[in-house]
Design a protein around this ligand. Sequence first.
Ligand code: NAD
Length: 295
Amino acid sequence: MTNIAFIGVGNMGNPMAANLIKAGHTVAAFDLSADLLAKAAKAGARAAGSAADAAEGAEVVITMLPAGKHVKEVCLGGLFDQLSPGTLVIDCSTIDVDTSREVHAAAAAKGFAMVDAPVSGGVGGAEGATLTFMVGGADDAFARAKPLLEKMGKTIVHCGGPGNGQAAKICNNMMLGIQMASVAEAFVLAEKLGLDAQRLFDVSSTASGQCWSLTTYCPVPGPVPTSPANRDYTPGFAAALMLKDMGLALAAAESTGADVSVAEQAASLYQDYAEAGQAGKDFSGIINLIRDRAK
Ligand code: NAD
């Protein structure tokens, strides 16, 4: 049994914390939302009054916060002053690589072990403990984090040193964002050419155009009955979250000098879709923007 402080019990953090409690660990939770904190308490967590209060006696601190600025605010804004040397810090939020490495450095200076461990798998994966964790950090920190991550997920991949979990997450989601744009454009072109969507799916799902955006999240209703297109693009994976992740990829490219011109174009589609009031819809809904733009 491990004493765990869990900071940020939103859509993802709440079920993740619940799975740790189910596995027999003691969890003290903190969130700015009293309602979410009450929900975590219902699942068996101690509702703490602050991040520092949650960290009292914690051997492990897990953060699951919206973005880099929140992780920095929480960790460097007092939490790290409360922890004993040797504490393991696991940041599961999806944040920019530079901020992640900055927080890693601050943790190392205080004698903490740290991993960045962003996830893929969404709320369903968090509830079912089937998340994929992409982990960055030293070997010994990874070895300590792995048994806990296994209580919340199914696939745990050590991607290298500090920040490399975030790097893997950002690169993966950049591919996803580009691929959905390519699939959506192809289906609109097929419509223009008089090619039936199901026929295109039958060919491309077994040919070289095959990808997750086609075979799992097909952006037209019909070929994949479980895809968000069949429920008016209810997420799924909201366009706002895809836009956030594309933004992280573009920022990483800017800071490293990588050329990501295709990603820039794809990101502008998600931006336009969000600005059209569709940020809460599934990201595959960009097909409607692309169709509307067709001459
Ligand atoms: P969320 O907004 O539901 O949860 C974040 C929580 O952090 C909120 O409850 C908020 O009140 C809390 N918070 C913010 N600042 C805080 C502070 N200073 N102290 C304490 N609590 C604070 O977001 P989520 O959907 O749970 O996502 C969390 C992270 O996981 C994000 O980085 C997101 O990109 C990533 N992610 C989400 C999904 C998904 O499908 N939702 C999938 C993969 C990764």
